[in-house]
Design a protein around this ligand. Structure first.
Ligand SMILES: O=P(O)(O)OC[C@H]1O[C@H](O[C@H]2O[C@H](CO)[C@@H](O)[C@H](O)[C@H]2O)[C@H](O)[C@@H](O)[C@@H]1O
Length: 501
């Protein structure tokens, strides 16, 4: 499943999402406010203030919110004049500099049109029609909502959901059938207030705001509109589909650790499981089989999770232990140990070229962390490690988040480990469902393995191009929310089956 199947209409903001007019707006606001602020002996208008108080809002609302922040009173006639001044500067710059539609946006519009997905454009600008006509893109949209219509209908501007809800209504869709695409914090807030299927933030390269959009509640943050076709629906928002799939079946839960149960942190020693997860996971494991599948050493991850009675797979599934003295290891991995020792010696002897490099020795793998190495050195480190590994027959490099994992060259991975555990757990195909949650490249082996018979959930808000997962969760805290929902909805069912079995 992908997001395309979980929405049937798209609502897009204009400035900054479809067109490069966001900077024009900022420049016009800056000139207008800087002139005004000088009269009050105040410093200039900043980009941050634009993003926080003005961006995405109807003209007069933006002026009011910003001036309230600066503590400057304004009469209604001054408000009018200030808005007009901004618009004059904006329109004259528009004539002077011109405007273009982003090429990724145009490709996405065409793709949606070819798929027959109806589109609406929603903007707080009174110049919306003018811009759409000028760019000859007006005919892509079934619905146009702009500030002139909003004023006529007495709708509240963003961050209220009024404009988006009216657009959905005019498209003949319910909010949970539409996705909203926005580049401004106020727009993300409006999308969330309207309970749309997904609210997608756009932060193109070189554009600030990705973090702010995510903090404002964006389900995803993309760097271009075509990435939207690869996104996966959030499993909490798609709960009904998930519950239908699980209904009447037994479930086993497989969980990655770093980036899934714990936030990614600069130093791998500091990773800790998100506080709310331990109690709910402990309760769940009473009635559902739970396995932790990590790239870390088995003992390390077990200590960090700290719950008895679970299966723990360390070193990407090469070393597994479980209840009742269960133990399974890929013994051939031992054969790579002398090459591994030699490779590490060589890397250590070059380590001072890469300040911040951290080497994590594990039972069968060795993680070379470069998160804290200056980014200008990443490529040469990568080349050096690839060259080094070529001289060892029994080793290969696996990639993870800011890490090169030196691994025994064997056909074993997390996907194989999950398959093995399903056998051990006697999970009958069709009667049991394996649910796997992970965030990293090495988790793709499991997502691919489960593709036809289980459910893969990818944690993260960025591009999901190439993932085999079915659903997404934003953060480890959202994993905790998901686990709580599992407990509320499924554990009783699981207990009854076991009693009846
Ligand atoms: O399979 P996982 O449980 O996700 O383990 C994958 C690797 O996780 C750790 O490294 C990652 O997390 C660190 C702490 O947040 C972060 O600093 C690092 O950049 C990440 O790659 C762990 O240290 C590795 O051994 C695991 O292979």
């Amino acid at each position: 499943m992908n997001t395309t199947e979980s929405y049937s209409a798209v609502i897009l903001d204009l400035d900054g999402v479809l067109t490069d007019t966001r900077n024009l707006h900022y420049d016009a606001w800056k000139q207008t406010f800087d002139e005004y602020l000088r009269n009050y002996g105040q410093g200039p208008f900043s980009q941050k203030e634009y993003e926080q108080y003005v961006d995405g809002k109807p003209r007069s609302q933006g002026i009011l919110d910003f001036l309230i922040f600066r503590g400057i009173p304004i009469t209604s006639s001054e408000l009018q004049k200030l808005g007009q001044r901004k618009n004059e500067i904006y329109l004259s710059e528009l004539d002077h500099q011109g405007v273009v539609v982003f090429s990724d946006a145009l490709r996405a519009l065409r793709k949606w049109r070819d798929k027959g997905v109806p589109l609406a454009v929603v903007s707080s600008s009174k110049n919306t029609t003018k811009i759409l006509d000028r760019l000859r893109i007006r005919n892509y949209f079934e619905v146009e909502m702009n500030a002139l219509i909003g004023e006529e209908m007495h709708l509240e501007g963003k961050p209220s959901a009024d404009f988006f809800l009216e657009a959905a209504k005019r498209l003949n869709k319910k909010p949970d059938e539409c996705i909203v695409v926005e580049d401004a914090v106020a727009g993300i807030q409006a999308g969330n207030a309207g309970n749309f299927a997904s609210v997608i933030g756009v932060a193109r390269p070189g554009q600030t705001g990705g973090k702010e959009l995510s903090e404002a509640g964006a389900d995803f943050v993309v760097t271009g509109l075509e990435e939207i076709f690869d996104l996966k629906p959030n499993i909490i928002k798609s709960w009904r589909n998930f519950a239908q799939f699980i209904d009447g079946k037994e479930m086993a839960l497989f969980l990655d650790f770093d980036g899934t149960l714990s936030e990614i942190v600069p130093d791998h020693h500091d990773a800790q499981m998100v506080e709310e997860i331990r109690p709910v996971l402990t309760r769940i494991s009473d009635s559902i089989k739970v396995a932790i599948i990590s790239g870390r050493d088995r003992k390390d991850v077990k200590a960090r999770v700290g719950i008895d009675g679970l299966f723990y797979a360390g070193c990407h599934g090469y070393d597994i232990s479980g209840p009742g003295c269960f133990h399974f290891q890929i013994e051939e991995a031992e054969e790579a140990s002398s090459e591994m020792n030699e490779a590490i010696k060589q890397i250590e002897s070059h380590a001072d070229k890469y300040p911040g490099l951290s080497i994590e020795r594990k039972k069968y793998f060795t993680a070379i962390h470069y998160r804290n190495v200056d980014s200008s050195l990443h490529q040469s480190l990568k080349n050096e490690i690839n060259d080094l590994v070529k001289s060892f027959k029994k080793l290969e490099v696996r990639r993870g988040k800011m890490v090169f994992d030196l691994a025994p060259k064997l056909k074993w991975n997390k996907g194989e480990a999950v398959k093995k555990l399903c056998e051990v757990l006697d999970m009958a195909p069709g009667k049991t469902v394996a649910v796997y949650i992970g965030d990293d490249l090495t988790d793709e082996d499991v997502f691919c393995e489960l593709h036809s018979w289980g459910i893969g959930i990818k944690v993260g808000i960025e591009s999901m191009a190439g993932t085999c997962s079915d659903y997404s969760l934003r953060t480890p805290s959202e994993v905790a929310t998901f686990l709580n929902k599992i407990e509320q909805n499924f554990t009783q069912q699981e207990k009854q089956w076991r009693r009846g079995a």
